[in-house]
Design a protein around this ligand. Structure first.
Ligand code: PLP
Length: 372
């Protein structure tokens, strides 16, 4: 018997989605973003499915080390870079690319240059992505600080030449916001004189802003078959969803008008109906704030969520006169029920839903690709 709550991961879909990236950006190299445990899908299995990517990107040093230790030989960029000398040592040791976005990081590089260690002998050099803050106002150097940072990095013997150049979009999921075009021109102007490779586009850039395509693209969410835009699904964009979340009914009962359901008694039954109890809850990563009415597939049929989401269970209105029984299959998102739609019902974005699936949920890999 299948486990109660389980996720099916369609790994062939990952490869399909990578090919979609390549067809949108045929001249670009692809840095596949697999941070946060591969957006909740399992970093190593996603990396395996993405062997054909030109590089990987993770957020943290420990994620990069895990990938390296698992034997991946690709370039691996650490998007948050390093915050201390020890982390820089790890980047060097594991040959991870550092994103350099702050003065503190420059100073750490320069301290290494001045220290007794002979640069370039013990460790080799570190490949660097120098990051411009073109308007996101999160990580990166401002345009007016950029050249000074570039020149200082250039002086560091530990820094591999040439320095690569990147920026990140704040609003690329909104076609009506011209901020993206401003970010693109500011980036192009700022890096005009340098020789290194360039990278701007995330998924929304790849799918929506052709002007942002340059040497490297950095797709994340679209590789998992999810749309970066609020008003479309991955499927509508020609992507194939990777994750399906399933469970089953564990009880079915009749309720009467006036009965309330669940914690807080917040939902009141208006007419006699059949209620189903499903073994999935926020302890599995099903969103606690999914509203009453959120669609759930029971035996392939859409029924509405009723009452509050509990840790281990949700309740659904199966409808009067419906025959259903414990063990019947339930889909929380997947074929016929896009995760993007559930995200809207829960006032969130699909990124959080897939990232939030917990350890308790068993994973079933569905793939025809042969593993090495
Ligand atoms: C997460 C991230 C990406 C990928 O973004 P998606 O919207 O998932 O495609 C790209 N670049 C940087 C710097 C990121 O942090």
């Amino acid at each position: 018997m299948t486990p109660a709550a389980y996720a099916v991961l369609n790994l062939d879909a990952v490869q399909h989605n990578l090919s979609k990236v390549r067809s949108r950006a045929p001249d670009a190299k692809v840095m596949a973003v697999i941070k946060a445990n591969g957006y909740g899908h399992g970093m190593l299995r996603i990396a395996e499915a993405l062997q054909q990517a030109d590089a990987f990107a993770v957020a943290r040093v420990d994620e990069g080390i895990r990938l390296r230790k698992a034997g991946f030989k690709h370039r691996i960029a650490v998007l948050e870079g390093f915050t201390c000398g020890e982390e820089l040592d790890e980047l060097l040791h594991y040959q991870l690319d550092a994103v350099v976005h702050s003065l503190t990081q420059l100073e750490i590089f320069e301290a290494v240059r001045l220290s007794s260690r002979q640069a370039g002998t013990e460790h080799g050099a570190c490949a660097v992505w120098l990051k411009l803050d073109s308007g996101m106002n999160r990580l990166g150097f401002k345009a007016k600080e950029f050249d000074a940072a570039y020149q200082r990095l250039n002086q560091c013997a530990l820094v591999k030449q040439p320095i690569s150049l990147m920026t990140h979009f704040a609003c690329a999921d909104d076609f009506n916001d011209d901020k993206t075009l401003k970010q693109i021109s500011l980036f192009n102007e700022t890096v005009a004189g340098y020789t290194g490779e360039r990278s701007m586009a995330n998924s929304a850039g790849i799918l929506g802003w052709e002007q942002s395509l340059t040497d490297w693209v950095r797709p994340g969410v679209m590789l998992y078959g999810i749309s970066p835009f609020p008003d479309s699904t991955g499927q509508q964009l020609g992507l194939r969803p990777v994750m399906e979340l399933h469970s089953r009914l564990i009880a079915v009962k009749q309720i009467e008008a006036g009965d309330t359901v669940g914690y807080g008694g917040s939902w009141t039954c208006e007419r006699p109906t059949t209620m189903g109890i499903v073994a999935i809850g926020y302890g599995d990563g099903y969103p606690r704030y999914a509203k009453v009415g959120t669609p759930v597939l029971v035996n392939g049929r859409r029924v509405p969520l009723i009452g509050r989401v509990s840790m281990d269970m949700i309740t659904v209105d199966l409808g009067a006169g419906i025959h259903a029984q414990p063990g019947d299959p339930v889909t929380l998102w997947g074929e016929g029920l896009p995760v993007e739609e559930i995200a809207l019902w829960a006032d969130t974005i699909p990124y959080t839903l897939v990232c939030g699936v917990t350890q308790r949920v068993q994973v079933i890999e569905n793939a025809t690709i042969t593993k090495k």
